[in-house]
Design a protein around this ligand. Structure first.
Ligand code: AMP
Ligand code: TRP
Length: 345
């Protein structure tokens, strides 16, 4: 840990993914693959399917249930061990909503107004957005601070929210004259912190893009993965020797980054191998690597999803472990704020 403000706090990782659609290659490289690495480094890891965040925009109830189970299966298939990590769905640990309210009263409207994800998601008609969508980043701060987490692995798009979490934690500590919350750090690393659409190298790969060809889903089979890579938009130039030369070639840059992240290599190393080759050679190599990495995950996901009761049981166990960590921190927060815990037993 590099942040002096966190001296005295146990290193602890928290991150979350919204079960608002299937998982994509962007989620895998930007989040899941790194979640597994952190778990395997032996740090305490807590991973949450944030269903309360998902409903800030409309979700069909049956689909929300399916997607939550699918995401849980994706985590486990990608290597999250529900015994070593804590894996659960947010709504089952009431402390998220309870601390979320307290932090709503710490966060300032001026801070919320600067959040770019709200502006993107609310679009032109912000008057019609839900109040929850506006408060979303304060709930995210609660997710992280409820466990005194010190590190938050996320993709580039979530950096602003983690910084807001630090501001909220610092204001709480300052207002109540305590050193209670750590100031968590965003952990944004690897070659693919921002995986772009396969159809448009200037747009983020997203589960909500209307074009299925724009993304690789973790449930795609080998044929679908290979076909999407073959059809990915590119240019006619061969790959250059240096990354700098890819600056104005967003599609080419994206495919090189995806290759690097899948192979756990630096993009420079990938260019050393493929410089001078066109996409006729690069795409089949990328497709082969992607299929080799992703198709065992999709096979395992399908196996796990065939037993939804078992997934629910694992999530329930995770929620109990999460609640046991969260409860004392929530109670201390209530004490600090001046709430009488009249039901203390
Ligand atoms: P979401 O699917 O928006 O809940 O995002 C879950 C996690 O995946 C967050 O850490 C995001 O930053 C990350 N993520 C989502 N899409 C991408 C992408 N295209 N590239 C890299 N990371 C991503
Ligand atoms: N907002 C995150 C996203 O869309 C998901 C999320 C919710 C999260 N709570 C979190 C990520 C806490 C990290 C930590 O990707």
């Amino acid at each position: 840990m590099t942040d002096a403000a966190n001296a005295g706090f146990t290193p602890r990782i928290f991150s979350g993914i919204q079960p608002s659609g299937g998982l994509t290659l962007g989620n895998y490289l930007g989040a899941l693959k790194r979640f597994v690495e952190k778990q395997d480094e032996g740090i305490e890891t807590i991973y949450c399917l944030v269903d309360m965040h998902a409903i800030t925009v409309w979700q069909d109830p049956a689909k929300l249930r399916d997607q939550t189970r699918e995401a849980a299966a994706g985590f486990i298939a990608a290597g999250i061990d529900p015994k070593r990590s804590i894996l659960f769905n947010q709504s089952q640990v009431p402390g998220h909503a309870e601390l979320g309210w307290i932090l709503n009263c710490v966060a300032r409207l001026g801070w919320m107004n600067r959040m770019t994800q709200f502006k993107d998601k609310a679009g032109k008609n912000a008057e019609a957005a839900s109040l929850g969508l506006y408060a979303y980043p304060a709930l995210m701060a609660a997710d992280i601070l409820l466990y005194h987490a010190t590190m938050v692995p996320v993709g580039e798009d979530q950096k602003q929210h983690v910084e807001l979490t630090r501001d909220i934690a610092a204001k709480f500590n300052h207002d109540f004259k305590v050193d209670f919350f750590p100031l968590p750090e965003p952990v944004i690393e690897g070659a693919a912190t921002r995986v772009m659409s396969l159809r448009d190298g200037t747009k983020k790969m997203s589960k909500s893009d209307p074009s299925d060809a724009s993304r690789i889903n973790l449930t795609d089979d080998a044929d679908a993965i290979a076909q999407k890579i073959r059809k990915a938009r590119t240019d006619a130039e061969p790959l250059p020797e240096t990354l700098a030369e890819l600056k104005d070639r967003p599609e080419a840059r994206n495919l090189v980054n995806i290759y690097a992240a899948l192979a756990s290599e630096a993009p420079e190393t990938v260019l050393e191998r493929f410089a001078g080759h066109g996409f006729g050679a690069f795409k089949p190599a990328l497709a082969e690597l992607a299929v080799a990495t992703l198709s065992p995950i999709s096979t395992e996901m399908k196996r796990l999803m065939a037993d939804p009761a078992e997934i629910d049981r694992l999530l329930g166990q995770g929620a109990e472990r999460a609640d046991a960590l969260a409860r004392p921190i929530l109670e201390r927060t209530q004490d600090i704020v001046g709430m009488i815990r009249s039901r203390r037993g």
